[in-house]
Design a protein around this ligand. Structure first.
Ligand code: NAD
Length: 452
C-alpha cells in the first residue's frame, strides 16, 4: 500500500499536495517521544505552560489567513468558515491558557488529618480527528489536553491533513518544546488503531463516525484506557406554529447546509407543526434556492463542495427516489458538488429520515403537537444537537429539556462555543469537550490524606 496520500482540492478535484502517511513503527516512535517529553511539560510551572499556550495562540492568530487558505483548498470550506475555524483554534488556545493555574483540587474535612485532591495529567493523549472540521476539532482536544499538562499525538483525517501539519509547525515556532505536540498524518487503521493499542497512550479523544467510535471504545476497554467520543448526529429543528416563521425559515438552511451539511450538528430533520407546514415550506424555498453555493474561495460563498467523490456519491444515493420539494444550484465542474436539497417525508421509518446523510440534505416532516414533536425528535439512536423555534419561552425550555441531546438551542441554531460544553447523548458520543471543565477530562483526580 502506498505510504503517501494525494490531497485533492474538492472544488476542482485537482491534486494539492502529497502527504507522507506514518507507519506503525513511526507511530510507536512518536508516542515514545511524546512520553519522554511528558515529564518536563507537566513539571513546567503552571504560569509558564500558560504563557507558551498564549504564545501559540498569538502565532496562530498571525497565520489565520494562511491557515484559512489551506483549508479552502484542502477541505473546500468557504473562506468565511475557514477564517472562523482558524480563529477558533486561537480562541481555544487562549481560553485554555487560563487553565494551568486553575486546575484546582479540593480540601475535604476529615478526622485525624488533612485531605486534599489533585488533578494529575494522564500522560500521552492521542487525538483522532475527522475531515469535516479539521482545525476546530484538533484544537478542542489539544488545547485542554496540553493545558492540563499532557503531551499530545494527533492524527488528522487522511483527506485533510494540511492545516494540522501547519499547526504542528506553528506550535514549535511559538516555543512549545519538541514532541509536546506531534502531528502524525496517517491511516485510521494504522496510526489511529495504534493510539488505541499502544500502552503509553493513556487517553484517546476520538471524533468521527459512530461505527469507528464503537470500535475505538471496544479497543480502549482492553487497557481500561480513557476515551472521549464525539460521533454522528441526526438532529431536529422543531418549528412550532407560534414561532416567528420567517426567522425560522431564514435560519433553517444555515442549520443544515453550513459546511455542505458535513456537520455532526446539522439539523437535518426539520419538524414543522402541521398548522404551519405549508406556510413554512413556502418561506423555506426562497431561502434554499437563494443559498449561495459558489467556489469556496469567493468571499461571498455560503457553501462549497463535499469533501470527496465518495461522499458525493454517498449523499446522492440518499436522493435517488426521494421526494424532492426544492433544491438550490451549484457551480458544477469537476468538483464534488451537491446542491442544497429539501425533501419531504411522510414516514419516519424512511432511510433519509433515520440515517446521517452528512451532506446538504434536509428532510421535512409535519407533527401534531408538542408531545408528538418530542417523540419524533427522540426517535433516533443519536442525540447531539437540536433547535426549537417558538415564541413561548416555557415551551422552548420544556422541549429543550425533553429532547435527548447534548446541545439544544431555542430560536437559534448555534451549537458550539468554546466556553460551553459540547457532546452527545446516546450513540452521538461519550464525555464532553469544550467549556470550563474540559481540562479535567484530561486528568486523573487523586486524593491524598495526610495524618496529623
Ligand atoms: P471516520 O470515523 O471514518 O474517521 C474519523 C477518524 O478516525 C479519521 O481520522 C480516521 O482516519 C480515523 N479512523 C478510521 N478508522 C480507524 C480505526 N480503526 N481506529 C482508529 N481511528 C480510525 O469518520 P469521518 O468520515 O472522517 O467523519 C465523519 C463522521 O464524524 C460523521 O459521522 C460525523 O457525524 C462525525 N463527527 C462528529 C463530530 C462530533 O463532535 N460529534 C464532529 C465532527 C464529525
Amino acid at each position: 500500500m502506498s505510504q503517501t496520500h494525494t490531497v485533492l482540492d474538492p472544488a476542482t478535484g485537482r491534486p494539492v499536495a502529497e502527504v507522507h502517511l506514518a507507519t506503525e513503527a513511526e507511530t510507536d516512535a512518536a508516542v515514545e517521544a511524546a512520553h519522554d517529553a511528558f515529564g518536563a511539560w507537566r513539571a513546567l510551572a503552571p504560569g509558564d505552560r500558560a504563557a507558551l499556550l498564549r504564545r501559540f495562540a498569538a502565532v496562530v492568530d498571525a497565520h489565520v489567513e494562511e491557515l484559512a487558505e489551506l483549508e479552502v483548498r484542502n477541505a473546500g470550506h468557504t473562506r468565511a468558515n475557514a477564517r472562523w475555524e482558524a480563529g477558533n483554534v486561537r480562541d481555544c488556545l487562549n481560553y485554555y491558557a487560563g487553565a494551568p493555574e486553575r486546575l484546582f483540587g479540593r480540601q475535604i474535612p476529615v478526622a485525624g488529618g488533612t485531605d486534599v485532591t489533585f488533578h494529575e495529567p494522564l500522560g500521552v493523549v492521542g487525538i483522532i480527528v475527522p475531515w469535516n472540521f479539521p482545525m476546530p476539532i484538533a484544537a478542542w482536544g489539544l488545547a485542554p489536553a496540553l493545558a492540563a499538562g499532557n503531551t499530545v499525538v494527533l492524527k488528522p483525517a487522511e483527506l485533510t491533513p494540511l492545516t494540522a501539519i501547519r499547526l504542528g509547525e506553528l506550535a514549535l515556532e511559538a516555543g512549545l518544546p519538541p514532541r509536546v505536540l506531534t502531528v502524525l498524518p496517517g491511516r485510521g487503521a494504522v496510526v489511529g488503531e495504534r493510539f488505541v493499542t499502544h500502552p503509553l497512550v493513556r487517553k484517546v479523544c476520538f471524533t468521527g463516525s459512530t461505527a469507528v467510535g464503537k470500535r475505538v471504545m471496544a479497543g480502549c476497554a482492553e487497557q481500561v484506557k480513557r476515551v472521549t467520543l464525539e460521533l454522528g448526529g441526526k438532529s431536529s429543528n422543531i418549528v412550532f406554529a407560534d414561532a416567528d416563521l420567517a426567522a425560522a425559515a431564514a435560519a433553517a438552511p444555515y442549520a443544515v447546509f453550513d459546511n455542505a451539511g458535513q456537520d455532526c450538528c446539522a439539523r437535518s430533520r426539520i419538524l414543522v407543526e402541521r398548522a404551519a407546514y405549508e406556510e413554512f415550506l413556502g418561506l423555506l424555498e426562497p431561502a434554499v434556492t437563494g443559498f449561495r453555493v459558489l467556489d469556496p474561495a469567493e468571499e461571498s460563498s455560503e457553501m462549497g463542495p463535499l469533501i470527496s467523490a465518495t461522499q458525493q456519491a454517498r449523499v446522492q444515493s440518499y436522493l435517488d427516489g426521494a421526494s424532492v420539494a426544492f433544491a438550490g444550484t451549484t457551480p458544477g465542474g469537476d468538483g464534488f458538488w451537491v446542491p442544497p436539497t429539501v425533501v419531504t417525508v411522510t414516514d419516519p421509518g424512511e432511510r433519509i429520515w433515520r440515517e446521517e446523510v452528512f451532506g446538504p440534505v434536509a428532510a421535512v416532516l409535519p407533527f401534531d403537537d408538542e408531545a408528538h414533536a418530542v417523540e419524533l425528535a427522540n426517535d433516533t439512536e443519536y442525540g447531539l444537537s437540536g433547535s426549537i423555534y417558538t415564541t413561548d419561552l416555557g415551551r422552548g425550555l420544556r422541549v429543550a429539556r425533553a429532547v435527548e441531546a447534548g446541545n439544544l438551542s431555542v430560536n437559534s441554531h448555534a451549537s458550539v462555543r468554546y466556553w460551553t460544553p459540547f457532546g452527545g447523548y446516546k450513540s452521538s458520543g461519550l464525555g464532553r469537550e469544550l467549556g470550563p471543565d474540559a481540562p479535567m477530562a484530561f486528568t486523573e483526580e487523586k486524593n491524598v490524606f495526610i495524618a496529623h
